[in-house]
Design a protein around this ligand. Structure first.
Ligand code: GLU
Length: 659
């Protein structure tokens, strides 16, 4: 094929020197293409930098230093060739590739950041509760402070409020002490000394289980017992150093600090903790040779460690990542140790609110009277909320409020995923993909007359009336393709008979225009109407000629959705994954059609620069130019007219002249 509509190999629009990269390094080439907005064969360092920081990476991320340093050394206005860029990212190629392709655990980090910020703002207005006053040093803290920090298992970071301010970790230390004991002795030996049932009582209650052992390692009695198992063979200073070093490793190399005033204050007011320890000794609970005084002091010292929300979020992300720190890539704890710890955080980590928390929030967490809550979303992220105002159970008011909002919005609760029908957002999946999957499955199946597949979609909770970017429904496609059984099934399943697509056409209109008499009769019987017998002048062509394979179709639909939203970032992510820019859907609509219909001149420009054909025809023979004119998008029309001469007179294939 020749002429303006001849499909052009996309690399043909680039300078000759760039084409070498296509063959020598095809993966790098795709990344370059996605970054090269103007298709000039040259990349701006700041565009690359921006993509990385928008993905959630911090400029000081140690893993990315080779690439970030090299970018920093470039001239502000420099242009890098594809080869230079490929060399520059080589030490970090996998991470950079995943960022550009939107394959990090939170692919659309910008949107996530905005949504989390909004939740944070609302939660921090909650000024209920009061600061813990039973340890005098804690009572002195300014109550109206808050911080939130997150770190994903891919090392994407988000920090809000007083995120760099250090606070007393208090009971949060119980988690790591328990992990240390597990690593050294194994679960059986540890649980000879401490149970794993929620106590249903206050955190410092003078009570033991039926075997005379503390209920679990997350309450004071159990934590003191666990402490006796943390490297008892070492000198006390080495034991403490071991704990400090572990926190530092978990936090990716940033050491915690120690607040001596809190420690002294804690020790002076520790009658209850002493009582618990003596009570347990009387019951024969401690390992032989335990020095009680030293064990208690060791416990107070651990409670008096300080760290910031940012640091604690990285610690939490190490637990979320099965014991491997996302910031350093080092394994700190075995996956088994982490699994045990998360199990107990889940059932016992929130004082006497633990059952309610497991029910309503459904995430492993540990709270401390210093106002911190360390929360783990397994395989996704770790987070830390901090604010000193506590509720009557001893949990941070802000932290509980925020976590409830978080789980109300995202499907992070343990059991959200089991149903597959959650109406919550899954931030692990880009929203265009969610839309594309929702629409593509049922519309595609309807166009093929695959009733079994339609049924499957409906059972999964897909709405039979779902409309695509052109307002097309499964019923439109089934009617257009004469799929009588699918039409009957959809109507039975609750599909409305008269949805209008972008051109005001109903399923009955489709059936009539395509000569499907039996489908038309069925639709009329169910109340189908046809306000415009055929809103499009050209006769329909065989849609099946243009149907992509089912594998390609969801990403094709994703690409078209991205274009219809004017979402260049998402288009570039899909490009980096080798999704073609010019593929058509079940109506032969392409990204260019949709960008033109919705008036996204920038996207139209971008697509043309990337070499997509300027005047593809949809099912009805209409081109993007027809779309732009029909919808009144002057700037888009001008861009398209500039790009290449049009074969037909503008307006010929639009719906303005409905019969
Ligand atoms: N150091 C505190 C105590 O043992 C810890 C309390 C807590 O954070 O739960 O009383």
């Amino acid at each position: 094929m020749t002429g303006p509509d001849a499909p052009q190999r996309t690399e043909d629009v680039l300078p000759a020197r760039v084409r070498n990269t296509v063959h020598s390094a095809p993966r790098e080439y795709s990344l370059c293409r996605a970054l090269d907005i103007e298709a000039r064969g040259a990349l701006r360092p700041r565009d690359i930098y921006l993509v990385l920081t928008e993905s959630g990476f911090r400029p000081d991320d140690p893993r990315l230093q080779p690439t970030l340093d090299a970018l920093g050394a470039c001239d502000r206005d420099a242009r890098l060739t594809y080869e230079e860029f490929a060399d520059l990212i080589r030490p970090n190629i996998l991470l950079v590739e995943r960022a550009l392709q939107g394959r990090l655990v939170i692919p659309d980090f910008e949107t996530f950041r905005d949504e989390v910020t909004e939740m944070y703002e609302s939660s921090q207005e909650n000024r209920a509760g009061k600061v813990a006053d039973y340890i005098p040093q804690l009572a002195r803290i300014e109550p109206n402070q808050s911080a939130l920090a997150m770190c994903t298992v891919d090392g994407q970071r988000l920090s809000l409020g007083s995120h760099g301010r250090s606070f007393s970790i208090q009971s949060v230390c119980k988690t790591i002490n328990y992990c240390l004991a597990l690593e050294q002795h194994g679960a059986d030996r540890v649980h000879d000394h401490v149970g794993r049932e929620p106590s249903g009582r206050g955190f410092n209650e003078l009570t033991l289980n039926q075997e005379g052992r503390p209920h679990n390692p997350m309450i004071n009695a159990g934590a003191i017992m666990t402490m006796s198992l943390v490297h008892p063979e070492l000198d006390i200073s080495d034991r403490f150093q071991k704990v400090m070093d572990t926190w530092m490793d978990l936090a990716g190399g940033e050491p915690p600090s120690f607040n001596n005033a809190v420690y002294l204050s804690e020790r002076q007011t520790a009658d209850r903790n002493f009582a618990l320890a003596y009570f347990m000794r009387e019951q024969g609970g401690f390992p032989s040779g335990t020095d009680l005084q030293q064990t208690l002091e060791f416990y107070f010292q651990c409670c008096s460690l300080e760290m910031s929300a940012e640091q604690m979020a990285v610690v939490a992300s190490t637990l979320a990542n099965g014991g491997v720190c996302p910031a350093s890539g080092e394994r700190i704890f075995s996956a088994h140790t982490v699994q045990n710890c998360l199990s107990l955080m889940n059932s016992c980590g929130m004082y006497d609110f633990s059952g309610e928390w497991a029910f309503s929030v459904g995430l492993p967490a540990k709270s401390g009277v210093g106002g911190a809550i360390m929360v783990v979303v397994p395989n996704v992220l770790g987070l830390c909320c901090w604010s000193p105002r506590l509720d009557s159970q001893g949990n941070s008011v802000f932290g509980v409020d925020f976590c409830k909002r978080l789980v109300g919005r995202y499907n992070f609760h343990h059991y959200d995923n089991l149903t597959g029908l959650s109406t919550k957002t899954d931030p692990r999946i880009p929203s265009v993909q969610v839309e594309a999957e929702r629409v593509d499955g049922i519309v595609w199946a309807a166009s093929k007359g695959d009733v079994g597949a339609i049924q499957k979609q409906l059972v999964r909770g897909v709405d039979p009336n779902v409309q695509d970017y052109d307002g097309r429904t499964a019923l439109h496609l089934a009617a257009a393709e004469g799929q009588l059984e699918a039409v009957e099934f959809l109507l039975e399943a609750g599909a409305r008979p008269n949805p209008r697509d972008r051109w005001g056409v109903t399923p009955l209109g489709e059936a009539l225009a395509n000569g499907h008499e039996r489908v038309a009769a069925q639709l009329k019987e169910r109340g189908g109407i046809c306000p415009t017998t055929n809103a499009r002048r050209r006769s329909p062509t065989q849609a099946s000629d243009a149907l992509p394979s089912s594998d390609a179709s969801t990403s094709t639909i994703e690409m078209i959705y991205s274009a219809s939203r004017g979402d260049l970032r998402s288009i570039r992510r899909l490009m980096a994954r080798h999704v073609p820019l010019d593929q058509a859907d079940y109506d032969r609509r392409t990204p260019l059609h949709l960008a033109a219909s919705e008036g996204h001149a920038k996207v139209v420009q971008f697509l043309l620069q990337q070499g997509v054909p300027a005047h593809p025809e949809d099912r009805w023979g209409a081109t993007p130019l027809d779309d732009a004119i029909r919808e009144g998008h002057g700037p888009v029309r001008d861009v398209l007219l500039c790009a290449a001469p049009h074969r037909s007179e503008p307006g010929q294939a639009n719906g303005s002249d409905a019969i």
